[in-house]
Design a protein around this ligand. Structure first.
Ligand SMILES: [Zn+2]
Length: 127
């Protein structure tokens, strides 16, 4: 018996072209974030310098680094999902994530329903 359903619904709504575009977008985002984190890491942290420049600068660095790291982790997880062929499915309910949503934010992990229910999209539920 031939099983035509092995490639199930997971990425059926995404064409190979979509996936290629999303992957490229994710690669760019990864580069951008890595760059950003490098800049934050190499920025002067010296107490003197901090005071002489602008008082708020060091705080800005801390504030920038955390979200940048989070996005980078999401982006890398999304690239991993593409590699593993399970990209585009909600991490919770396994339903396809809106194509439009993925085009705007390719690292999106959950469908609209699950995102609303959770409000904390960075927490990975047991799969
Ligand atoms: Zn879902």
């Amino acid at each position: 018996m031939v099983n035509h359903q092995t490639i199930s619904d997971r990425a059926a709504h995404l064409s190979p072209e979509d996936l290629a575009a999303l992957q490229e977008n994710l690669h760019e985002q990864r580069l951008f974030r890595q760059d950003q984190l490098r800049q934050i890491a190499t920025a002067p942290r010296d107490e003197e310098l901090r005071r002489r420049r602008s008082a708020g600068q060091a705080e800005v660095h801390v504030k920038l680094a955390a979200p940048a790291r989070m996005v980078l982790a999401d982006v890398e997880a999304a690239l991993q999902r593409i590699t593993e062929g399970r990209y585009g499915a909600c991490g919770l309910c396994r339903r396809p994530v809106d194509r439009e949503r993925l085009m705007i934010a390719p690292q999106t992990r959950y469908c609209a329903g699950c995102r609303q229910a959770r409000c904390r999209p960075d927490q990975e539920a047991g799969r």
